[in-house]
Design a binder for this molecule. Structure first.
Ligand code: ARG
Length: 561
């Protein structure tokens, strides 16, 4: 129930058209201090229209509004402050949550609409980077939110499996590599070969030419090279798969860059026909001066295609295949110009749907204030990072709850969840400092804190001896604070999706946890009195919202911790 909407309707009844309900809605504020009221209406705008002092208007309004949904209406200076009847509204808030359970907060905003999300998209033969982790986690949460809002979602992992680097890799493999070493440690070994190639190329520049030639041969379909490339791809995907398993993330498609090999000619042809291609230093480009963007490189001087060419073909393919209403690219901010160019070229080709493509950028992950880098040859494997998080989580959990019966399962949920939450609670454009220790504490604004709050609520439910719960209404301030927050869940989801900002949901879950812990600290929930059922209903509603909220972020919500 939208409490602001309720207040604006009641106000518009007495205002009789001076302002529309929508205008009233947008003027309503939430007082900083709860003691001043649940909502407040400032009268300045009305004062201008009616040419009466806002203080006078506030007084009049306060005396005119008269409805059982309000327990108190105060005119305070130029504001009308209202307090809702906790008992009456409490029922209207809690009962739908208990009834709808995990569907609470779902909507039909995206009914019959399709969102295609391009996320994760690591490069094969290279370690899975922190940047790819951010893309994976942010993209997955946005996809979950989209689904919750009723959209059909298509999650595409646009694997980086094509480009000059594979020519280099083939050269390196032929010179210094072998099958067994690659099979034993695919990413490590392939990356090692790649790094070695660059080291040797500094001494022997001829290697670069050899690499380019090898890629050309690969693009021309040489069967031996293709076989080698395919085995690199398969081995890499196998390694990535174990990361996705740890994160419990699935994709609808793994069609990466190579998939568009036979689909780029069409784009190049269209650009030619519309005379959009220009020669620049031997390369073919599309000028985007009129959009104030640097030219988009379509073909190199040796005829090889580029990253952008493949993205153009991919966009066209996706529009035909999925008929998307939105196409989101969850990719680091350093690729902003690239996506402007891709969109710019498609617009020049006359594709109006290019307007529905949106780059969702994000900041860096830092360690001690510096970009976390896979230093030359020294590979930090993300899988190791996640496993370290799980190990630390297990230590914390067993200390807190030595008798826990499934410590490994819970440690997995908490360790991985901590990494995910730490990323998502930050505005996505911010750079993030990576510290496992900070992520894993049970206090403060962390994933484990939210998970632990949920588990604590579940433990109360386990102790409750009754069978059914029914909310009869309560009028204490602590429970009302919790109820008001639970009531916001549907609007939080909508906002998180519309702004592509999982951080809105993550921060909300922290607020719910804080409010619930305060409630739990002050009130004896299981006291045997006439309000027992109402209090237990709140606890149950808290578990519903926290569990669903965590799952939308891509985390698990253990019932015991
Ligand atoms: N593989 C690329 C990289 O690691 C990201 C690909 C993003 N998606 C896209 N359609 N360009 O930088």
């Amino acid at each position: 129930m939208d409490l602001k909407a309720l207040f604006s309707t009641k106000l518009s009844e007495v205002l009789k058209g001076s302002l529309t309900t929508k205008e009233i809605y947008s003027l309503i504020e939430t007082p900083k201090n709860d003691e001043h009221g649940d909502l407040a209406f400032p009268c300045f705008q009305l004062a201008k229209i009616q040419k009466i002092s806002p203080i006078e208007i506030a007084k009049q309004l306060a005396s005119q509004i008269n409805d059982t949904v309000f327990s108190k209406i105060d005119a305070v200076g130029p504001y009308v402050n209202i307090f809702f009847s906790k008992k009456e509204l409490g029922k209207a808030i809690i009962n739908p949550i208990l009834h709808q359970e995990q569907n609470y907060g779902s909507s039909e905003i995206g009914k019959e609409k399709t969102v295609v999300l391009d996320l994760s998209s690591p490069n094969i033969a290279k370690p899975f980077s922190m940047g790819h982790l951010r893309s994976t986690v942010i993209g997955n949460a946005i996809a979950n939110l989209a689904k919750k809002c009723g959209y059909r979602t298509v999650k595409i992992n646009h694997i980086g499996d094509w480009g000059t680097q594979f020519g280099k890799l083939i050269v390196a493999y032929h010179r210094w590599g072998n099958e067994e070493a690659v099979a034993a440690n695919p990413i490590g070994e392939l990356f090692h070969l790649y790094v070695r190639f660059h080291q040797e190329a500094e001494k022997n520049p001829y290697l670069e030419d050899e690499g380019r030639a090898a890629f050309k041969k690969l693009e021309n379909g040489d069967s031996e090279y293709l076989k080698l490339w395919e085995s690199f791809r398969n081995e890499s995907l196998r390694a990535f798969k174990s990361i996705y398993d740890l994160l419990s993330i699935e994709f609808d498609s793994f069609q990466g860059e190579a998939f568009y090999n036979d689909k780029m000619d069409e784009i190049v042809q269209m650009l030619k026909e519309q005379s959009l291609l220009e020669l620049s230093d031997g390369a073919e480009v599309v000028r985007l001066d009129e959009q104030q963007i640097p030219p988009c490189l379509i073909k190199k001087s040796d005829g090889a295609t580029l990253y952008a060419t493949r993205d153009l073909a991919a966009a066209l393919f996706r529009q035909r295949e999925y008929k998307f209403d939105e196409a989101l690219y969850i990719v680091g901010q350093e690729q902003t110009i690239h996506f402007q160019q891709v969109k710019g070229v498609l617009k020049k080709l006359g594709y109006v749907w290019a307007e529905q493509m949106e780059h969702i950028p994000f900041g860096l992950i830092l360690q001690h204030g510096k970009k976390m880098s896979t230093r030359k040859g020294r590979v930090i494997l993300l899988e190791d990072v996640l496993n370290e998080a799980i190990k630390l989580a297990k230590k914390n959990i067993v200390e807190k709850n030595p008798g826990i019966h499934n410590p490994d399962e819970v440690a997995n949920a908490v360790g991985v969840g901590a990494v995910i939450f730490h990323d998502l609670k930050n505005d996505r454009m911010n750079n993030i400092e990576f510290s496992l220790r900070d992520m894993l504490t049970f206090e403060g604004e962390t994933g484990p804190y939210v998970q632990y709050t949920n588990a604590r609520a579940h433990s109360i439910l386990r102790k409750y001896k009754g069978t059914d719960v029914c909310f009869e209404g309560l009028d204490d301030d602590e429970s009302w604070d919790v109820l008001k927050l639970l009531n916001e869940f549907p609007r939080i989801i909508e906002r998180s999706y519309k702004q592509y900002a999982p951080s809105i949901l993550a921060k909300y879950l922290i607020h719910v946890s804080q409010a619930f812990n305060k409630y739990y600290g002050k009130i004896r929930i299981l006291a045997e009195d006439e309000h027992l059922q109402s209090r237990v209903s709140i606890v149950k509603a808290v578990t519903i919202v926290l569990t669903e909220g965590l799952q939308l972020l891509g985390m698990k919500a253990p019932k015991e911790m």
